[in-house]
Design a protein. Structure first.
Length: 192
C-alpha cells in the first residue's frame, strides 16, 4: 500500500482509508439508530445498541471500537448524535450517560474475544461476546444511573433495574439477532 492510502494507529498498525471510511460510516449508523427511539420510562428504547452490534459484527472489535469512540466523542463535543437529537458532555454526565459509555465495553469485549479465540472466532463466539458486553453495559450504566439519579431522589437497585434494564432485555436480544444476521450476510461484501 502506498503512504497516501494508510495512516498509522497509536499502536503503529496501518489503518487504510477504506477502514477509516467504514469506521466513520458505522459511527454515522449508530447516530442514525440513536435517533429512532420509543420513550418508555427513564431511558428510551433506541436502536443505538443495534448500531453498535452492527459496527462490531461488520468491522470487528478494533474498528467497531473506533466507530463507537467516534460516536461518543462526536456526542461529547455537542454534535446531536444521541437519542432525541441531543449531544454534549451534559448528556454523558447525566443519568443515562453510563449506558452510552457502556457501548465502549461491548466493542472492547468483542475485540478481546477476537484476540482470545483468533482463527477459532466464529458467529457463536461473537454473539456470546456481544451478550457479555451488553451485560457489562447494563451493569455500568445502571451503576451510573443510580449514582446520578440519587442526587435528586432516593432510588434502590431493584427500581433502577425495573426502569433501565428489564424493559430492554428482549428488545436488545432482538436487535442483537438482527444485527448478527445482517452483518453475517454483509461481511462477504465488506472485505477489510
Amino acid at each position: 500500500m502506498s503512504q497516501t492510502s494508510t495512516v498509522r494507529s497509536a499502536g503503529g498498525q496501518p489503518i487504510s482509508v477504506k477502514e477509516m471510511a467504514f469506521t466513520a460510516m458505522m459511527a454515522a449508523v449508530i447516530a442514525i439508530c440513536s435517533w429512532i427511539s420509543v420513550p418508555i420510562g427513564e431511558v428510551p428504547v433506541t436502536l443505538q445498541t443495534f448500531g453498535v452490534f452492527c459496527a462490531v459484527g461488520l468491522l470487528g472489535g478494533k474498528l467497531g471500537l473506533f466507530s463507537v469512540l467516534v460516536y461518543v466523542l462526536l456526542g461529547a463535543v455537542g454534535v446531536p448524535v444521541f437519542a432525541g437529537f441531543t449531544g454534549g458532555v451534559g448528556i454523558l454526565l447525566g443519568s443515562t450517560g453510563g449506558y452510552i459509555i457502556g457501548f465502549i465495553f461491548i466493542a472492547l469485549i468483542y475485540w478481546a474475544a477476537e484476540a482470545l479465540f483468533g482463527n477459532k472466532f466464529n458467529m457463536v463466539i461473537g454473539i456470546i461476546a456481544m451478550a457479555i458486553g451488553t451485560a457489562v453495559c447494563y451493569t455500568f450504566g445502571t451503576a451510573w444511573f443510580i449514582t446520578v439519579y440519587s442526587r435528586k431522589a432516593e432510588i434502590d437497585i431493584s427500581t433502577a433495574l425495573e426502569w433501565c434494564v428489564t424493559p430492554f432485555l428482549l428488545p436488545d436480544c432482538v436487535k442483537m439477532a438482527a444485527a448478527v444476521l445482517i452483518t453475517y450476510r454483509l461481511k462477504k461484501y465488506v472485505r477489510l
